[in-house]
Ligand binder design. Structure first.
Ligand code: WT7
Length: 645
């Protein structure tokens, strides 16, 4: 079924892709001459000090020799695109529209003010010793200073790594050590609904295990009491407020790293995904304007957290490069009640709203009145991201939130892709609920069989991309071979996403979910290996295997099989405490099963396929288990399965 969603098209919009014909035109242009296509895009949106003459250098087939380059001979500082280039035409336009924890607690920061704040912070960071190419960790909640800190690092040519506030001191210390940061920017506490999260105290703990840190810059948000090291700790309001509001941006090469963002994979510790300057800012600006049909007077509200890539690309960098008014939301969708988003839509006249399917499902379960009692007539485009959206949730978003009159854009992308790669374009693309529809111009998806055969026409396969695009990650911090091994070894000459995908008879793409050992819990990407290593760190646990299972609200839940050390018993009640201290509040096992052993092949490899089936409640569809070292273990596990509902 194809919905021809009319949307609320207004006069005078100069959008890049306003119809399917225009989409096909742009797509063909990008296919025929990608270099020219992207050079045109970047010159029209991005402020270069030295305009690039070159498009792509390198290819997926030569990636093992070194990272790809886009616009290699160009020079810029991306904050000039996000700030300086708007001062004349949009100086008094609101850049960041902040909604604090309490409804109606707002700050409206204009482009001129934001420019001044970023310059002040850049001067203060410089004073604290931060230099071009050095790393700074940002461990903060959703306060404007978090975006200011990111931009201030970029202003200096320093590399930021934002760590989500739901990660523990251990996880934070790991990331600090991996990138060798000497500076951490944090805040005393973060408000999160009724709770206060002690961010500074967690930094204090992390720094014990990460002695590279010389300075901690701390924003006072709640005024709660914090421990203070007079040699190391500096208050933001003391260092930043006194600094000059002028700062000459450090001009860098197009491929100078902009940030590192740690993300979970199939194996091992989280990887520090590296995004660089010119290509990333071009791609996020282009996709933000195109997918959401951005207009000058839009109030754009993405309710993600800047700890994830969505916050980087579509709260801070893309929207600011486009001169948009971008919301920063500090609270929770259910605080003080399940009407918070729509209350905000009414008060702030939000026209483009962007959230995750998990939030939509959770809010739909609370009933329509939380939505319908607010005026949502300002809304025009509704986006989703982070996980597949089930058609029921899509329909609810469209019918109830959008009153049947908004375009829905189900945007598929990843930390590694930098920006949206498969998505409807509002209002051009006719949508099908649950389908991310078509690739963006410049994106060439290919479906592959496990054997590497290309699936042509309708069919199912492993989702790969054929040609580089400017916004994609360049490398893994300090470990290019790992980057190559993770994304390019599987299908030589192609980028492999880790997702499965079905293409239907109309050419629509339906993402079927991860095909590796990554699970997606409430749109948060978690590595099963990280859970397992946290669980086996508990003294009484000998072995652990973690898989995902379908969960009504969260998309996927976490199912852990644990084996006790000989002579010991496992109290599963305490194990989530261990997981929490190793990974953070963001990680929680939903369901434990104590088992006598794990199903393994004769060579000792855990058969995760079997464990996944059992956790899904499909233990009667296991197929041949005769190759297992001990097939009887399967019966015991199956008999012990408690159901997951
Ligand atoms: C994984 C990437 C991209 C920002 C947030 C997540 C899943 C993401 C969709 C979608 C189906 C989706 C994929 C992907 N995913 N968007 N619209 N439909 N699946 O970024 O943490 O890097 O996770 O999220 O499985 O691989 P991330």
């Amino acid at each position: 079924m194809v919905y021809e969603v009319p949307g609320r098209v207004r006069e005078g919009a100069a959008t890049p892709v306003s119809s399917m014909d225009r989409y096909r035109e742009h797509y063909a242009k990008a296919a025929n001459d990608p270099n020219q296509f992207w050079l045109d895009v970047t010159k029209s949106r991005i402020h270069w000090r030295k305009e690039p003459t070159e498009g792509l250098r390198g290819s997926f087939s030569t990636i093992q020799d070194g990272p790809l380059c886009w616009f290699a001979d160009g020079e810029l500082n991306i904050t000039e695109s996000c700030l300086d280039q708007h001062l004349e035409s949009r100086g008094d336009k609101v850049a960041i529209l902040w909604e604090g924890n309490e409804p109606g607690e707002n700050r409206r920061i204009t482009y001129r003010e934001l420019h001044g704040m970023v310059c002040q912070a850049a001067n203060a960071l410089r004073e604290l010793g931060l230099k071009k190419g050095e790393r700074a960790i940002i461990y903060m909640g959703m306060v404007p200073e978090a975006a200011v800190a990111m931009l201030a690092c970029a202003r200096l040519g320093a590399i930021h790594s934002v760590v989500f506030g739901g990660f523990s001191a251990d996880a934070l210390a790991d990331r600090i050590r991996d990138c060798g940061a000497e500076l951490v920017i944090t805040q005393d506490f973060a408000y999160r609904g009724k709770k206060q999260i002690p961010l500074k105290a967690t930094v204090d703990d992390a720094v014990q295990a990460a002695p590279s840190v010389k300075k901690v810059l701390c924003v006072k948000r709640t005024g709660g009491e914090v421990a203070w090291d007079g040699n190391r700790d500096v208050w933001w309001h003391e260092a930043v407020d006194a600094a000059s509001t002028e700062h000459a941006a450090e001009i860098v090469d197009a491929e100078h790293p902009l940030f590192i963002l740690y993300t979970s994979g199939s194996t091992g510790r989280p990887k520090g995904v590296v995004h660089t300057s010119g290509g990333y800012i071009t791609y996020t600006a282009y996709t933000h304007a195109t997918v959401f049909d951005l207009r000058e007077d839009d109030v754009y509200g993405c309710v993600a957290d800047i700890g994830w890539i969505t916050g980087h690309s579509y709260i801070v960098y893309g929207p600011l490069a486009n001169g948009a008014t971008s919301l920063m939301f500090e609270a929770l969708p259910t605080y003080p009640d399940a009407g918070r988003y729509w209350d905000m839509v009414e008060r702030l006249k939000i026209s483009i709203f962007y959230t995750a399917p998990t939030a939509i499902r959770a809010l739909a379960a609370q009933g329509d009145e939380f939505v319908t009692k607010y005026d949502r007539s300002s809304l025009r485009v509704l986006g989703t991201v982070g996980e597949p959206i089930n058609p029921e949730a899509w329909e609810w978003y469209h019918r109830v939130v959008g009153d049947g009159g908004c375009n829905i854009v189900d945007t598929f992308w990843q930390t590694e892709t930098g920006g949206i790669v498969i998505s409807p374009i509002a209002p051009a693309t006719p949508t099908k609920p649950g389908s991310a529809t078509f690739p963006m111009p410049g994106i060439f998806p290919v479906l592959k069989t496990a054997e590497g055969q290309t699936v042509r026409g309708p069919g199912d396969g492993l989702l790969c991309m054929e040609h580089p695009w400017p916004g994609q990650a360049r490398t893994v911090w300090g470990d290019h071979p790992r980057f190559v091994a993770t994304y390019f070894d599987m299908m030589p000459g192609h980028y492999f996403t880790g997702d499965g995908c079905r293409r239907d008879e109309d050419g629509y793409h339906w993402i079927t979910g991860r095909v590796d050992d990554v699970i997606n819990v409430s749109g948060h990407r978690m590595g099963t290996a990280e859970f397992e290593s946290a669980l086996v760190s508990a003294e009484e646990v000998a072995e652990a295997a973690v898989v995902g299972f379908p969960h009504e609200i969260k998309g996927q839940g976490v199912y852990a099989y644990v084996v006790a050390q000989p002579g010991q018993t496992i109290d599963v009640g305490s194990l989530n405490g261990t997981v929490r201290s190793q990974i953070g509040a963001v990680a929680k096992v939903d369901k434990f099963q104590v088992v006598p052993g794990l199903p393994k092949t004769r060579s000792g490899k855990v058969m995760r396929r079997i464990l996944r089936k059992i956790a899904e409640g499909r233990g009667n569809e296991l197929g041949d288990v005769s190759t297992l070292a001990d097939p009887t273990v399967v019966d015991t596990i199956r008999d012990g399965f408690q159901g997951t509902a």
